[in-house]
Every structure is written in C-alpha cells, then in structure tokens.
Design a protein around this ligand. Structure first.
Ligand SMILES: CC(C)(COP(=O)(O)OP(=O)(O)OC[C@H]1O[C@@H](n2cnc3c(N)ncnc32)[C@H](O)[C@@H]1OP(=O)(O)O)[C@@H](O)C(=O)NCCC(=O)NCCS
Length: 180
C-alpha cells in the first residue's frame, strides 16, 4: 500500500507523538502535526509552495483538502496554512492559506480562503464560505455563502468546541489500537 507521507524537495512531514494518520490520506512536504492530532481518510495536504502546521489534539476529517499559496512579489510571505490546538475540521472541507486559532469547529464542506484569520472559539457552520482576508471574531457562529456573523455562541457550544477535540482524540486512540 502507498504510504501517506512523502517528501517534497527533501522535506518530509514532521509528526508528533500519538498522531493517527489514515492510510488513505496523502501528506506531502513541509507539514508539521502536533501531538495527539488525527488525519482521517482521504485527506490531501500539500506543503509544497508554503508550509502547513497543525497543532495538538486537532482533527482533520475525511476528504478534506489542505493547501497553501506560494510567495510572490505582491505577497512576499505567501499564505501558509496554520491550524491551532483542539480544532475540529469536518468532512470535505477546503482550507487554503488561512490561519485558525484554537478550539474552532469548521463544519462539513466549509471553505476557508487565503489570508482569512479565525480567532479562538469560533464555530463555522456546514457549507460556509469564508472569503479571503476576513477575520472571524472569537465567540461567534458564522454561516452562509458568503459567510455572515450569525450570533454569539452559547455556553454549551463553546464547551462543545473543546469536547469535539476530546472525542476525536479518544476515537483516534481506538484506531491506533486496532492497527497494533
Ligand atoms: C451552524 C449549526 C451549528 C447551527 O446550529 P443551530 O443551533 O441549529 O442553529 P440555529 O438554530 O441558531 O440557526 C441559526 C440560523 O442559521 C441557519 N443555519 C444553521 N446552520 C446553517 C448552515 N450550516 N449554513 C447556513 N445557515 C445555517 C438556520 O437555518 C437558522 O436560520 P434562521 O435564523 O433564518 O432560522 C449547524 O447547522 C451546523 O452547521 N453544524 C455543523 C456540524 C458539522 O459540520 N460538524 C462537523 C462534522 S463532525
């Protein structure tokens, strides 16, 4: 079977302790994944023209695509993709050259575009489009295409952001145990 990790220009992904990576995913090049995170089936991540970092206890669910933007004269740093700790990225999302803080849930099928910044404790509804360079304020629900700030998150929803990450840490432990 093909290995999920491969190098690009001599740089291999760096994987922290206790990380689960599904066999069917594909991670290439300059990618750093923090401890206890999980990468689920059919995820495609390319750290080729810039880098990708994923923090600790974050999960990237099935069919999600992660990519970055190259450096250019008009954009000297390009757009790396930076994902913080305890982040849940639902099924079939597209995250491109954006920055996500901690305890965020990106709903299924959402698209987050270059230069967007998502502050800590944000819920992005399923199917939401976050246009380039937008800033999503901590403590709010965003939905729609293009997104709107729908309402402040309730206390139980803020608690769920962390709980969702815990659920996926527990689930990946079960998958790692199966693989032994
Ligand atoms: C956003 C979400 C949490 C809404 O939850 P909710 O408590 O039912 O929301 P509300 O009842 O406060 O609805 C707010 C409004 O947004 C609308 N809405 C809800 N989800 C929406 C979405 N994803 N996109 C656009 N509009 C949405 C509702 O229809 C409602 O509209 P109205 O005010 O005109 O009636 C939920 O619909 C969602 O998208 N969850 C994501 C789940 C997911 O993808 N998990 C990751 C995989 S494990």
């Amino acid at each position: 079977m093909q290995q999920p990790l491969s190098s690009f220009k001599g740089i291999m992904p760096t994987i922290g302790d206790g990380v689960y990576i599904a066999d069917s995913s594909r991670l290439v090049g300059e990618i750093k994944i923090g401890a206890d995170s999980s990468i689920w089936h059919m995820v495609a991540a390319r750290g080729d023209v810039n880098y990708i970092t994923i923090g600790e206890r974050s999960n990237v669910q099935d069919g999600t695509v992660l990519h970055v933007t190259r450096k250019s004269a008009g954009n000297p740093q390009g757009n790396p993709l930076i994902i913080g700790d305890d982040v849940t990225i639902g099924h079939k999302c597209m995250l491109h050259g954006c920055t996500l803080g901690n305890r965020i849930l990106v709903g299924m099928g959402a698209i987050v575009m270059d230069g967007a910044v998502v502050e800590d404790d944000v819920f992005i509804g399923a199917g939401t489009l976050v246009p380039p360079n937008k800033r999503l304020e901590s403590g709010y629900l965003y939905v729609g295409n293009p997104m709107v700030q729908k309402r402040p998150l309730k206390e139980n929803e803020i608690a769920f952001l962390k709980q969702s990450a815990i659920n996926y840490v527990e689930l990946k432990e079960e998958y790692l145990a199966e693989a032994e």
